[in-house]
Design a protein. Structure first.
Length: 138
């Protein structure tokens, strides 16, 4: 059994964004040399997310609207968390979108369903944050 890990760093200049990180994760898998196993990819910050879905602009716009209805950024005074920061909504959005994904590795490739891609979701950007890629297998 082999183990591999790498941290990917992102600095999103806007408050929110969805970034397709599939190619970066695939590079990690190639570096690992692992052919069969499991890949964990998780956001290492409480206001960011990693999730799997379709890379389609309309869907991403729908996510933006849906998340903003569920946890609107303003007024920031509606949240008890907002004392020194204005990011309570980002914590809630992260909870909805999830912290991590696990993908099977088969024949050295990510074993995806049709249209599946891995995304980094940023909900309180404008600073560096990291994503962990951990792969175990043979």
């Amino acid at each position: 059994m082999k183990s591999y890990h790498k941290e990917l760093w992102f600095h999103v200049p806007t408050r929110r964004a969805f970034i397709n990180i599939t190619s970066e994760v695939e590079k990690c898998l190639a570096e690992s040399g692992i052919q069969e196993g499991l890949l964990l990819c998780n956001a290492m910050h409480i206001t960011a997310s990693v999730f799997i879905n379709d890379d389609e602009a309309g869907l991403h716009a729908d996510y933006e609207q849906w998340l903003e209805r569920l946890a609107p950024h303003e007024p920031v005074s509606q949240y008890r968390h907002n004392g020194y920061e204005d990011n309570a909504d980002a914590h809630l959005k992260r909870q909805i979108m999830g912290r991590e994904v696990v993908v099977a590795v088969t024949n050295g490739k990510l074993h995806f369903g049709t249209w599946e891609q891995i995304f980094y979701g940023e909900f309180d950007g404008r600073r560096k944050k990291r994503v962990l890629v951990k792969i175990i297998g043979s």
